[in-house]
Design a protein around this ligand. Structure first.
Ligand code: HEM
Length: 425
């Protein structure tokens, strides 16, 4: 249930048949062909992101200290704006107007993080209509205003995009070729079963889903990856060595067989999604019939769920679960059986018909971004701020804190970057 104008979207629809229909149309925006056309946009935003990293460099080439949670949010938001509507929100350019968006994203996450655990709001139309009142109890007025302004901005951007597609489709605008963004694909798509396209209202609702579901998740994964790599120099060095052995310059880093051959890169990202996955909480499901699970009766209509964080930290599947260890995904080191057990329990994107529709897009963006940064830069952490961003867990282990607000709310890490000598461009 997302804060918004009340219209459900793919993420929040409860009815199974309705959800399947919406998902079938939405899926056109995430097909293999669509993903191919997105890479150039992602690469352009990685260029901008990298420029921020060495801004105001000192005499030794170290850029200013960067709050990676904030910068990664700006990057993910602008990239998604460009991918969805061919428009960015100006967050990476430091556009002052985009400042409120950062707090709107955090506040919306906080409110969703509470509402999602109160399914009663989804059951009663009256209470659903009253959720703004409830939100007022948990959020300051300023935050609610920010969320409303942000939702209006997303709706207006989606409408502009729809209008452009209309003029292009009717041949009025001949000069520009159609923008190959997510909206391009879903505006032209029809449900293969019913033959119906999205209505304008459904499109607005999906625009909200796309931005909310795709921004925080991608950005906190990037921030967490940079946290773990800067805390584990041996993992950073191993990844950098792999990238330097595969690519000759940063221009060489794009999707395809070379990137696919970077197995350590994939293991690092898999491990980050396990230990600091952005959706760590319980995603409630309603039992549609009576069940008995390990002796416990779960009657029809009951809500049940297990926090993904708990599954990802269960030592039965992941020995030493609080240790960041990309090698746990390498069967030549830990054995095929251990990797198979770990894979069976790894579900940062969930599984089944409600699993993440943006999985391949998110992984493409994360792999390209991390590959580029680690290929081209050295980095160091501002350790004076560590207490702000870490949490102490079992047995005194420290993890990067991912506060469960449906997606994760994170702080930092605070990092400095310097171009490494290896860079050839
Ligand atoms: C690392 C990045 C990401 C992670 C870990 C992630 C994780 C998830 C999870 C766990 C769900 C299931 C939620 C539930 O059932 O309650 C989900 C659903 C969804 N995600 Fe993602 N996500 C990521 C990135 C993205 C991106 C980039 C997009 C879009 C651009 C996206 C769009 C969606 C949508 C639309 C749904 C609802 C799917 C449905 O119900 O059919 N996600 N995601």
């Amino acid at each position: 249930m997302l804060p918004g104008n009340g219209l459900p979207n793919t993420f929040s629809i409860i009815d199974k048949a309705h959800h399947s229909k919406r998902r079938r149309i939405f899926a056109y925006g995430f097909s293999e062909a669509a993903l191919k056309s997105y890479e150039k946009v992602i690469q352009g935003h990685i260029d901008k992101f990298c420029q921020v990293l060495t801004k105001n460099a000192d005499s030794e080439g170290w850029g200013q200290i960067v709050d990676m949670s904030k910068t990664c949010t700006g990057f993910a938001l602008d990239t998604l704006g460009a991918l969805a509507f061919s428009e960015t929100f100006g967050a990476l350019d430091g556009d002052k107007n985009s400042e409120y968006i950062f707090s709107a994203i955090v506040s919306a996450g906080r409110s969703m993080g509470v509402l999602i655990h109160l399914p009663i709001f989804g059951r009663s139309n009256f209470l659903f209509g009253m959720r703004w009142l409830f939100q007022r109890l948990i959020l300051p007025l300023e935050d609610i205003k920010n969320i409303q302004n942000y939702l209006s901005l997303v709706a207006a951007t989606a409408k502009r995009r729809r209008d452009r597609e209309d003029t292009q489709a009717r041949g009025i605008e001949k000069e520009n070729s159609p923008e190959k963004d997510i909206f391009h694909y879903i505006l032209r798509a029809k449900d293969p079963v019913s033959g119906e396209p999205f209505t304008p209202e459904e499109l607005s609702a999906e625009a909200r889903a796309c931005i909310f579901a795709g921004t925080d998740t991608t950005s906190s994964t990037l921030a967490a990856t940079l946290y773990w790599l800067s805390s584990a120099p041996e993992a950073f060095a191993k990844l950098q060595a792999e990238l330097h052995s595969v690519f000759t310059s940063e221009d060489d880093i794009h999707t395809g067989s070379k990137l696919n051959s970077c197995l350590y890169l994939r293991r690092v990202v898999e491990e980050v999604l396990r230990i600091s996955g952005p959706v760590g909480g319980i995603l409630w499901r309603e039992a549609t019939k009576d069940h008995v699970i390990e002796g416990y009766r779960l009657p029809r209509g009951a809500e049940a769920g297990v926090a993904i964080y708990a599954i990802h930290h269960n030592p039965r599947y992941f020995p030493d679960p609080h240790v960041f260890n990309p090698d746990r995904w390498d069967d030549s080191i830990v054995g095929a059986q251990s990797v198979a057990i770990a894979k069976s329990a790894w579900m940062p994107f969930l599984t089944g018909p409600r699993s993440c529709i943006g999985r391949s897009l998110a992984l493409m963006e994360i792999h390209l971004t991390i590959a580029r940064i680690v290929f081209s830069y050295e980095m160091k952490m501002d350790e004076s701020r560590l207490a702000d961003l870490q949490v102490t867990v079992d047995d005194g282990y420290r993890e990067f804190e991912t506060k469960d607000q449906l997606a994760a709310e994170t702080i930092g890490p605070f990092l400095q970057f310097r171009k490494s000598n290896r860079e050839i461009c």
